[in-house]
Design a protein around this ligand. Structure first.
Ligand SMILES: *Cc1c(COP(=O)(O)O)cnc(C)c1O
Length: 390
């Protein structure tokens, strides 16, 4: 079956939620993907910051396979060993001895769980950031700023207030005794890889404490090594009351988590929230295998290779590149013109998978295991791709 035939079948049967697929991929290994016509690509997107350990990671594959072959699913009426172990390990990442975990299947569901927790404080107002992305289900969508995503689905859950990302005075003015939580990303990935301005996380922590609100940090895209730390916000020396995780947690197996610390950890009571699949033994085995693999120097590599990649792209001195921003292996190449979509298409034709979260920004989220040698070909190809669409 050729790629073209599969694309036609896709378009005939799939809802048109994502537009026409640009490729049909057949297999992956490490940092590479192969399409249905047998063509090889260098993956600099990792399935949207998901497959940080590379495709077909042997440790994750073995863990999932073994778990499914012994105990695949039991429902949340019951517990399993991998689930308890993963919860202990995620709780330990926060550094809070009292942290507790609720497992989900995705990022948006992790945020739904956290959103429901904020209601249990007895307060109903949530302050989120302009440019924020928190997911597509109705609750997470209410917390997402982009009017294009929100407006067709209004009315959404209410009392969400947006303030400019990084504007301490605006946050202070919006926060009051009715505020249940302040919600923030360490890097706004979907908004074009915009890192939180220096000092703003710490200011958010202070303001949350002043008004008795929870500080909720969405680490769905930034967590688990993507930005060079287990939790990106830890580099800012800030501690959160609610942390949501998903993308990188299962290296492609769907699993997410909402972690709460302090008083937020005991808000949820039996019957108030639930999930059939969340944290099932296979998902938990995937999460444990990812954490095992991250222990082997992956974070250090993500920091070093990410810093090299940002430097190497800026060192091109290309007139169409305004600069590179981001943290670790989550980088945005800011262009001087809104040609990112065309450049991403040209990159794909040349054998490089990247994407354009904003009209003028390319997003690079290579596997965390990639080395400068792995990525050097892309850096060399970039000027030609930009010249063709200048
Ligand atoms: C991707 C993303 C989500 C949504 O995760 P899904 O698994 O797609 O539901 C939420 N928050 C952030 C910051 C994300 O990047």
């Amino acid at each position: 079956m050729t790629q073209q035939e599969l694309q036609a079948r896709y378009e005939a049967v799939m809802m048109n939620a994502f537009g026409a697929p640009k490729r049909v991929f057949e297999r992956g290994e490490g940092i590479h993907l192969w399409d249905a016509d047998g063509r090889r690509y260098l993956d600099l997107l990792s399935g949207l910051a998901v497959t940080g350990l590379g495709h077909a990671h042997p440790g994750v594959t073995a863990a999932i396979t073994a778990q499914l072959g012994s105990l695949g699913h039991v429902s949340n009426f019951f517990a399993s060993q991998p689930q308890v172990r993963l919860a202990e390990r995620l709780a330990a990442l926060t550094g809070h001895p009292d942290a507790r975990v609720f497992f989900t299947n995705s990022g948006t569901e992790a945020n739904e769980a956290a959103f429901k927790l904020t209601r249990l404080t007895g307060r109903t107002k949530v302050i989120a950031m302009e440019g924020a992305f928190h997911g597509r289900t109705m609750g997470a969508l209410a917390l997402t700023a982009n009017p294009k995503y929100r407006e067709p689905f209004e009315p959404l859950p209410g009392e969400v207030v947006f303030v400019p990302f990084g504007d301490e005075a605006a946050l202070r003015a919006a926060a009051d005794e009715r505020t249940a939580a302040i919600l923030i990303e360490t890097v706004q990935g979907e908004n074009g890889v915009v890192p939180v301005p220096d000092g703003f996380l710490a200011a958010s922590r202070r303001i949350a404490d002043e008004v008795g609100a929870l500080l909720w940090i969405d680490e769905v895209q930034t967590g688990l090594g993507r930005c060079g730390e287990y939790l990106a916000h830890q580099a800012d020396g800030v501690s959160a009351d609610l942390i949501t995780l998903a993308k990188g947690l299962g290296n492609g197996f769907p699993v997410g988590a909402c972690i709460a610390t302090g008083r937020a950890a005991s808000l949820l009571q039996p019957g108030q929230h639930g999930t059939t699949f969340g944290g099932n033994p296979v998902a938990a085995a995937a999460g444990n295998a990812v954490l095992d693999a991250l222990e082997g120097g992956v974070l250090e590599n993500a920091r070093a290779t990410g810093a090299w990649l940002a430097w190497a792209i800026e060192a091109l001195g290309h007139p169409r590149i305004e600069g590179v921003r981001g943290r670790g292996m989550l980088l945005g190449v800011v262009l001087t013109r809104d040609v990112a979509a065309q450049v991403a298409d040209a990159a794909l034709k040349a054998g490089y998978v990247i994407n354009a979260p904003r009209p003028g920004v390319l997003r690079l989220a290579p596997p965390l295991i990639a080395t400068p040698e792995d990525l050097a070909g892309f850096v060399e190809a970039l000027p030609g791709l930009l010249d063709a669409h200048g």
